[in-house]
Design a protein around this ligand. Structure first.
Ligand code: GLN
Length: 540
């Protein structure tokens, strides 16, 4: 099998949706009968995304095999409907680490190890290994950041080297931005032309240009880019903002994007089956009723801006479940810190059809989360707690039902007399040695579900497997007492006897999970617990 490679690089500015564009293109190529995988290159020196602040870098997406990756890997999983593993994610740190390790093991046989070609060669080795492992006909490789940045030059060099080695198997696509400055009132192509020149100076000529913009690109603009960038006009793909990101594959199909890419690889469409995807997008469009969902976290604000990228998989999982339940979800981001002191704010919560507390770390905002949970429990508001959201639910129950007023997680209060959430045994050693990177309980673990619970009802299964990212856990020393006072243990890890799911009886929906179900929700297979949560919100 000959693997084909399409490199996707960014121009003009970051954050224009390279990941979503790549994933949408991947979906349309897959629909034509080819297996597709996607690789994300993050030019940061960090070895993985686990050590990056989610406000700056976005969500840390966790793979089945426990890698802490960029949120784009999540986007690929959702569009391509495949599990992606650690092979498909690399950072500068990871690449250098391998080169240095190999040097230490004398694997370079005494030769001088050089940044070029040894670093790009490691990049190439990784790309080829990922394509082989996925048995992919077409591999999409997204290079993070924008061309012209010092830090992605070695990755571009790797791409150029792959092209030089086999020009028939490698193509390039530049995702650029076409601003329409209000004072001028015209779409400008010059920044894109400069981006192409910069790419040219790295020895790369793009085969395709995706022009991201707020309004659709017109004919004259297409002609201009084609002429000044030496790219065939039909390879200039317009990508104006759309109402729903799920419409992007359709937009690309109308412009014959996937067919052109396949043609460039000397391949032809074997079929064109987007029917499942279409029935999903119809469902999204068909929903009329709206449910109001509040998501309470703290990784939103940067300066005067509010971003939701830190919770992108949660947001997507809500949308998938809403489509499944035939409703539209109106999502509001709540800053949990605001609920710590103001009882008026807590009253506002009753206007929500459902509240969700996603994963989190540290003390900022935790008391607000615990208050929000109390309101959900007492006022019968559907509640879905994920990871920290589950741990906070246990703390709330211990404080208000068991009467242990200082119950806490030892993550925040090491001296609490009631550590209902405590550090995991194996984590103690790591923390003592300051080993933080990639050392949490990560990746997929099994969980047995108890009959007669909400979770069992929605999963319709006895055994499940979900992805994790945590250091602290439900403290089994309090299990008897909590269960004795009505807390339901609905799911347990069979090997470690670790409580993975807690619920409340006689509540429309109150479920806290130690794992991150959002990472496994897909448009075509919405997550059962998110469906249960949205269903309860709909019924409220
Ligand atoms: N901070 C908690 C822990 O480490 C929860 C982590 C999370 O929500 N992902 O256990």
């Amino acid at each position: 099998m000959e693997h084909k490679y399409l490199f996707i690089v960014g121009g003009v500015m970051s954050g224009v949706g390279k990941g979503t564009s790549s994933a949408a293109l991947g979906l349309t190529i897959k629909a034509k009968g080819y297996s597709v995988t996607a690789i994300k290159i993050d030019p940061y020196v960090n070895v993985d995304a686990g050590t990056m602040n989610p406000v700056e870098h976005g969500e840390v997406f966790v793979t089945v095999d426990g890698d802490e990756t960029d949120q784009d890997i999540g986007t690929y999983e959702r569009y391509l409907d495949v599990d992606i593993t650690r092979m498909n994610y690399m950072t500068t740190g990871r690449v250098y680490q391998s080169v240095i390790e190999r040097e230490r093991n004398l694997e370079y046989g005494g030769k001088c190890v050089e940044v070029v070609p040894d670093v790009p060669e490691e990049v190439i080795r990784r790309i080829k290994a990922a394509a082989a492992q996925a048995e992919a006909d077409v591999t999409l490789i997204e290079v993070g950041g924008t061309v012209g940045e010092y830090q992605n030059i070695l990755f571009l060099e790797a791409a150029r080297m792959m092209y030089a080695e086999n020009p028939d198997a490698v193509q390039f696509c530049l995702v650029s931005y076409l601003p329409v400055p209000p004072s001028i009132g015209e779409m400008k192509t010059k920044p894109t032309q400069y981006a192409v020149r910069t790419l040219n100076s790295a020895g790369i000529q793009p085969d395709f240009v995706i022009g991201r913009s707020t309004i659709p690109m017109d004919g004259p603009r297409k002609k201009k880019i084609a002429r000044f960038c030496s790219v065939p006009e039909e390879h200039i793909i317009g990508a104006a903002d759309v109402k729903s990101i799920y419409d992007i594959p359709d937009m690309f199909e109308e412009q014959g994007f996937a067919d052109s890419v396949l043609k460039g690889f000397d391949l032809e469409a074997k079929k064109n089956d987007l029917s499942e995807w279409k029935s999903f997008t119809e469902k999204v469009k068909g929903a009329t009723e709206t449910v109001k969902i509040g998501v309470a976290g703290k990784y939103f604000s940067t300066g005067s801006f509010t971003l939701s990228d830190a919770y992108i998989s949660v947001l997507e999982a809500i949308k998938h479940a809403a489509a499944d339940q035939g409703v539209k979800a109106d999502i509001e981001w709540l800053n949990s810190e605001e609920y710590e002191k103001d009882p008026e704010k807590l009253k506002e919560l009753e206007s929500f059809d459902g509240l969700l507390i996603p994963g989190g770390f540290g003390s900022r905002g935790i008391e607000g989360k615990i208050k929000i949970i109390e309101v959900c429990r007492e006022k019968n508001i559907p509640y879905f707690g994920i990871c920290y959201g589950m741990q906070c639910a246990v703390i709330e129950y211990a404080r208000n039902i068991l009467g242990h007023k200082d119950a806490h997680t030892t993550e925040i209060d090491e001296g609490t007399s009631h550590p209902v959430v405590d550090v995991m045994e194996e984590q103690k050693i790591k923390l003592a040695k300051d080993e933080y990177g990639g050392t949490m309980r990560l990746g997929s673990y099994d969980c047995d579900l108890m009959e007669g619970t909400q979770s069992h009802k929605w999963y319709k299964e006895d055994k499940i497997s979900e992805r994790h990212r945590h250091r602290y856990e439900f403290n089994n020393e309090y299990r008897e007492e909590l269960v004795g006072k009505g807390l339901v243990v609905a799911g347990v890890n069979p090997k470690q006897d670790l409580v993975e799911i807690v619920e409340l009886k006689d509540h429309p929906f109150f479920v806290g999970v130690q794992f991150h179900p959002e990472f496994q929700s897909r448009p075509l297979s919405p997550h059962p617990l998110f469906c249960g949560f949205i269903n309860a919100a709909k019924n409220k």
